[in-house]
Design a binder for this molecule. Structure first.
Ligand code: ASP
Length: 318
């Protein structure tokens, strides 16, 4: 499963010839808290998510289709904090956020605080394709999703016993302990034509206030794609990514400071995020297939696949 060996740049894993990368969240992920069995499950699902998008890219589909498919796979998997398996709000409800961006046109779509859409990433795509807007929240977003034929579910669909337990343990509200676990999912890809795309989907942070929207659906904070620079999807403490406009920051460093992908991605985490004591990481890819996976937490569920189908998946620090 872990065939491909990373190169390193200041603690950041760097790869070449990558066509797709995914993440399943960053945070307090250590061998002390994750069983060997759960570790294998995580790695297998990351690999399946990579292969789901990869098959489409191989068939000549667009990067937009690939990132949507990979994220849908992870949304449907109850282990991750997106779609089924999302975390609870302080009120014990579900409010999901997602965004998708096309690097070729820089068109983007996002949904915030939806609670009846099975795959929020497809709702985000519907916002991008079927409306004149970039972001819709709540009932308005759900209506666009339903009109586009995206599956509507009862909010109980998102429930998992594991999340209920975590919510009970936290006393129903957000905690500020030194390191938390974030389980947002995301994908970035490059297709045969060199077009980039990014997608991110999340249940947000455990015990968040009702109405809180994080970085994931904010274009430029948690999600960004521009063929001229890079495609980015982030995970971690959303407020920090919003305050540092992290995803766009990587693109801006490439565009205006002429940095390469690995350096730009590393700076966003080690300079930008660290400057507000933010925790998390990101996945980044450019049109030449360079890929970087930096994070400042103890772990990040992550993986990438190259054009010849070689897979790399990992959880802990390299
Ligand atoms: N970034 C997400 C948020 O703040 C959380 C995560 O990455 O799990 O909503």
């Amino acid at each position: 499963m872990t065939d491909k060996k990373p190169k390193h740049r200041r603690g950041t894993e760097v790869f070449g010839d990558v066509v797709l990368a995914v993440h399943g969240g960053a945070g307090a992920l250590s061998r002390a808290v994750i069983t060997a069995e759960r570790e294998q499950e995580y790695l297998q699902h990351l690999e399946s998510a990579l292969r789901t998008g990869f098959v489409l890219l191989k068939r000549g589909k667009r990067s937009l289709d690939a990132v949507e498919a990979s994220v849908r796979y992870l949304e449907d998997c109850p282990l991750f904090n997106a779609g089924r398996g999302s975390v609870f709000t302080a009120d014990g409800t579900f409010e999901l956020d997602a965004a998708i961006m096309d690097g070729r046109t820089r068109r983007a779509g996002a949904v915030a605080a939806v609670s009846i859409v099975r795959n929020p990433i497809s709702a985000a795509r519907a916002v991008m394709q079927d409306t004149k807007h970039v972001m819709l929240a709540g009932a308005g977003a759900e209506l666009v999703a339903a009109e586009a034929g995206v599956e509507i579910v009862n909010p109980s669909y998102f429930f998992t016993e594991q999340r209920r337990k975590q919510w009970e343990e936290l006393g129903h509200h957000e905690h500020d302990e030194t390191e938390r676990k974030f389980g947002t999912v995301g994908a970035v890809a490059r297709d045969r034509r060199g077009n980039l795309a990014a997608a991110t989907s999340t249940g947000g942070t455990m015990g968040k206030r009702a109405g809180r929207v994080g970085d994931s659906p904010i274009i430029g904070a948690g999600t960004y794609a521009d063929n001229a620079t890079c495609a980015i999807s982030t995970t971690g403490h959303g407020e920090s990514f919003m305050r540092t406009v992290a995803a766009y920051d990587a693109s801006a460093l490439m565009k205006y400071r002429r940095m390469g992908l690995a350096r730009a991605a590393t700076e966003v985490v080690r300079v930008g995020l660290d400057s507000v004591k933010g925790q998390g990481g990101l996945i980044a890819i450019d049109a030449s297939g360079n890929c970087a996976l930096p994070f400042n937490t103890s772990g990040m569920l992550r993986g990438c696949i190259t054009a010849d189908g070689e897979v790399y998946t990992a959880i802990y620090r390299p």
